[in-house]
Ligand binder design. Structure first.
Ligand code: 6PG
Length: 260
């Protein structure tokens, strides 16, 4: 399916749309299959969307009892650490909605043996999706992603080993550029989703966004180019500052074929 690039005036408008799109996809998935499985984005960009989702005006529209929350990636820190993606999601959203604790599937970034933490998370995925690890990757209803100013997404950083992963669903990725290791879902899992929704904001993202969307295909340099769902939608939500260098003007969300 072709990707859709939607343009917004500012980060607040991106967050509003992302939150409503979460609700729309949740309701559609629960109606269709009785459940909604979503992988949350890390970093700072999604905070506002999570806060909006926690507001009763939106949160009451989601059946949280039928929702399972996963994470696209996690830093090598404990869940109460300021850099923890879990902590961000918990403080802004998960602690404010009636989701059963057992349906919040945290990546255990604090563990000393991150490789085992990665295979344990694969086991969590296979149980939740009722899949054997030998079978094809789990198919999320929605994957939320951000993009770094180097073009990375989740914890798929330029020039790192995880970029070449074709079999594993989750890996502990060495990220020398940050002198750390990160847990991350791999491209095969991200690309198996029904919908992948990027939210990208700010002028520091303008150059990498241009390279990712309009530049030559070089995912080793710009890993966000790896994300191209085989049988799913690809949405890019970009604000005016991030889209400033694009030669093709993003679509106006109000008359886009993806109405939220
Ligand atoms: C992480 C994220 C990462 C993030 C980008 C953008 O754990 O850091 O998963 O991929 O989406 O780095 O981060 P910002 O939203 O903070 O710019």
């Amino acid at each position: 399916m072709p990707r859709v690039i939607l343009g917004f005036d500012d980060d607040e408008a991106v967050a509003q749309y992302a939150a409503r799109e979460f609700v729309r996809r949740a309701r559609a998935a629960i109606e269709a299959s009785g459940g909604f499985k979503v992988a949350l984005a890390g970093g700072s960009t999604p905070r506002r969307a999570y806060e909006l989702l926690a507001d009763p005006s939106l949160s009451v529209q989601v059946d949280w009892e039928a929702t399972h929350i996963f994470f696209g990636d996690e830093r090598a820190v404990p869940p109460d650490h300021p850099d923890s993606n879990y902590r961000t999601a918990f403080e802004t959203l998960l602690s404010k909605v009636r989701i059963p604790e057992a349906q919040i599937h945290r990546m255990e970034g604090e563990r000393s043996d991150l490789d085992t933490a990665a295979t344990d998370y694969e086991a969590t995925l296979s149980e939740a999706f009722d899949l054997s690890v030998e079978s094809g990757p789990p198919r999320f209803d929605l994957v939320m992603l951000g993009m770094g100013d180097d073009g990375h997404t989740a914890s798929l950083f330029p020039g790192t080993r995880a970029l070449d992963e074709t079999r594993a669903w989750v890996v502990a990725n060495d990220v020398p550029q940050k002198a750390t290791r990160r847990l991350t879902l791999t491209a095969p899992v991200l690309n198996a989703a029904r919908c992948v929704m990027f939210a990208v904001e700010g002028e520091d993202k303008a150059a990498p966004l241009l390279a990712v969307l309009e530049g030559p295909h070089d995912p080793n340099r710009f890993p966000s180019q790896l994300i191209d769902p085989a049988d799913g939608e690809l949405l890019w939500l970009v604000d005016r500052a991030a889209a400033a260098r694009l030669s093709r003007k993003p679509e106006d969300p109000s008359n886009s074929r993806v109405s939220s």
